[in-house]
Write a protein that binds this ligand. Structure first.
Ligand code: A3P
Length: 306
């Protein structure tokens, strides 16, 4: 059963809107949309359209749980409802708020190698800053995580994207200060210091309630990563090789179910700018201690390059 946010709604009998039993909490640009769409290939999953931003935005949160439930799709009893809002991960109030809704909710955190994530974030901010028509829709394969973008002026070093604005600064200029040190206050770099956000979640939820999904592996070999997620969610293994085909033009796997073949939209799988190898090496060194702290917190070594 599908729900649509407007006009006439037709639903299967014996379905209703339920609060999510699992939430993809982030991290932004790590494959949150891909993970949600891939999980939706499973007959036991229903997904919310778009990004709901209930727990991270006071104006939404103050509308109450019934408002939130109405944002959820219709589902059969026994199906798992999932929503994703990548900024949950970095918003301080969110863990407590989620626990207040359901202390046994399952949390999915998808991460990527931090430097790659930062470049992806930069690439998205830059594309939004340079295009005045970056608005997104909320249909499944075209919705984006743009709603979670912090304001551009505070994150991009002051690009405005308007005509007459200075040319966008390169990733290297934003990531490295003139004295050669890493500009860890630059938002795309700060958001990749995962442990600074992670510890709050583990103060509120037991470790077993959260699955760390490897976003780099989800790109390379979606089926094996999704098997881990199916197990975590208590689902039978139903998503298999038959659900994917590699699209050479896009350079990513696309999704296939009984009725259609679909790739994620163009804003997912953007071409990244080439980054100076010396800057890459400096950033990788910068993240070594932070990654170690993250591995210790989650009890899992993700093996990111040093
Ligand atoms: P890039 O566009 O930088 O490559 P999010 O949905 O959280 O914003 O994450 C976007 C990222 O999802 C993309 O970042 C891309 O690398 C990743 N991704 C993972 N699997 C994908 C797939 N099958 N198709 C397209 N993008 C995918």
């Amino acid at each position: 059963p599908q729900s649509s946010s407007n006009s006439v709604k037709i639903h299967f009998p014996r379905t209703s809107r339920r609060l999510p039993q699992a939430i993809i909490i982030g991290v932004r640009k790590c494959g949150t949309r891909a993970l949600l769409e891939m999980l939706y290939l499973h007959p036991g999953i229903q997904k919310a359209a778009g990004e709901v931003h209930f727990f991270d935005r006071d104006d939404n949160y103050n509308k109450g749980l019934d408002w939130y439930r109405k944002k959820m799709p219709h589902s059969f009893k026994g199906q798992i409802t999932i929503e994703k809002s990548p900024s949950y991960f970095v918003t301080p109030e969110v863990p407590e708020r989620i626990r207040a809704m359901n202390a046994s909710v399952k949390l999915l955190l998808i991460v990527r190698e931090p430097v790659t994530r930062a470049i992806s974030d930069y690439t998205q901010l830059r594309s939004h800053a340079t295009s005045s028509t970056s608005s997104s829709t909320s249909s499944s394969y075209t919705s984006s995580s743009s709603a979670s973008s912090p304001s551009l002026s505070s994150t991009t070093g002051g690009w405005t994207g308007s005509s007459g604005a200075p040319p966008p600064r390169s990733f290297e200029q934003l990531a490295i200060r003139p004295d050669g040190s890493v500009n860890s206050a630059y938002r795309p770099l700060a958001l990749s210091i995962y442990h600074t956000f992670m510890h709050r979640w583990l103060e509120v939820f037991p470790r077993q309630q959260l699955l760390v999904v490897n976003g780099d592996r989800l790109i390379e070999d979606p089926v094996s990563e999704l098997e881990r997620v199916e197990s975590f969610l208590g689902l039978e293994h139903r998503i298999g090789r038959h659900n994917f085909y590699f699209n050479r033009t896009k350079g990513f796997y696309c999704l296939r179910n009984d009725t259609q073949d679909k790739c994620l939209r163009e804003s997912k799988g953007r071409k990244h700018p080439r980054v100076d190898p010396k800057v890459l090496a400096k950033l990788r060194r910068f993240y070594v201690e932070h990654n170690q702290k993250f591995y210790e917190l989650v009890g899992d070594d993700l093996g990111w390059p040093e």
